[in-house]
Design a protein around this ligand. Structure first.
Ligand code: SF4
Ligand code: SF4
Length: 244
């Protein structure tokens, strides 16, 4: 290349040589600047970027080194307060339905069965009076708003740190947390029905039809001692032709 440049320089006039000399110098300067940047990045690529969590105060300072990671063998630190896959610690669930009611996309469903008596306590001491025949969350619908976790009175419904649960089949995103078997569900339902029948049999029968019920209507309350009796308000129809 240098021979080629020298040949052309010999063929040029003095003014042409000066002009071409400036151009060549500018080209070489530009080339040198570019090469310096390339060299700097080449040297930087021999080091690894230190992966810091976004909560780290030096997060935006660590720009040197290779930032690419070998996912899924390597993971970036994730924020602790992120919203990821939901989990229900079913032993602490009182099946109160609050989470299902607040869910904006109706992705939580449950079937409670009433218990005849208290069936235990959650880890925070809340009494349990309902069995969970089913408790399902369709994470395929979930918009990760986190509202269900904030209303849960026993804090059994939480966001886990599992964020990578992608699947080829959306039905895999349907999570069931209830642990009762079909036989147990049938048994508890039967227990409750028997209890209801027992209660109905023990309670006094309603009065026979036709017996006039005692009515409080029309019987003015006796005035409290020392207080004047309040006048009874009796609405009347307006006489026709009068305006308000
Ligand atoms: S995070 Fe929001 S959308 Fe998802 S289940 Fe809870 S309330 Fe429903
Ligand atoms: S709000 Fe909590 S305790 Fe109530 S049903 Fe939902 S997960 Fe269970």
């Amino acid at each position: 290349m240098w021979v080629f440049i020298l040949y052309f320089c010999c063929q040029m006039t003095q003014s042409q040589r000066t002009s071409q000399g400036h151009t060549l110098a500018a080209t070489l300067r530009s080339l040198w600047s570019g090469l310096r940047v390339t060299w700097k990045h080449l040297r930087s690529a021999t080091r690894r970027n230190e992966h810091k969590a976004i909560s780290d105060p030096d997060y935006f300072k660590s720009r040197q080194g290779v930032a690419t990671i070998q996912y899924p063998h390597e993971l970036l630190p994730i924020p602790d307060n992120g919203r990821y896959r939901l989990h229900n610690e079913i032993d602490d669930c009182i099946v109160c339905d609050k989470c299902a009611k607040i869910c904006p996309v109706d992705c939580i469903t449950m079937e409670p069965i009433r218990a005849v008596s208290e069936i235990g306590k959650t880890s925070d001491g809340t009494p349990k009076r309902l069995y969970a025949a089913s408790f399902d969350i369709d994470m395929g619908k979930c918009c990760f708003c986190g509202l269900c976790t904030t209303v849960c009175p026993t804090e059994c419904l939480t966001m886990t740190r599992v964020f990578d649960f992608s699947s080829y089949d959306i039905r895999d995103h349907y999570y069931s947390f209830a642990e009762m078997t079909e036989a147990e569900i049938a048994e508890k339902k039967a227990e409750w029905e028997a209890h209801q029948k027992e209660k109905a049999a023990a309670s006094p029968k309603p009065a026979a039809e036709g017996t006039p019920k005692p009515s409080a209507e029309g019987t003015p309350k006796p005035p409290v001692e020392g207080k004047p009796a309040r006048p009874v308000f009796k609405p009347r129809m307006k006489p026709p032709g009068t305006s308000s």
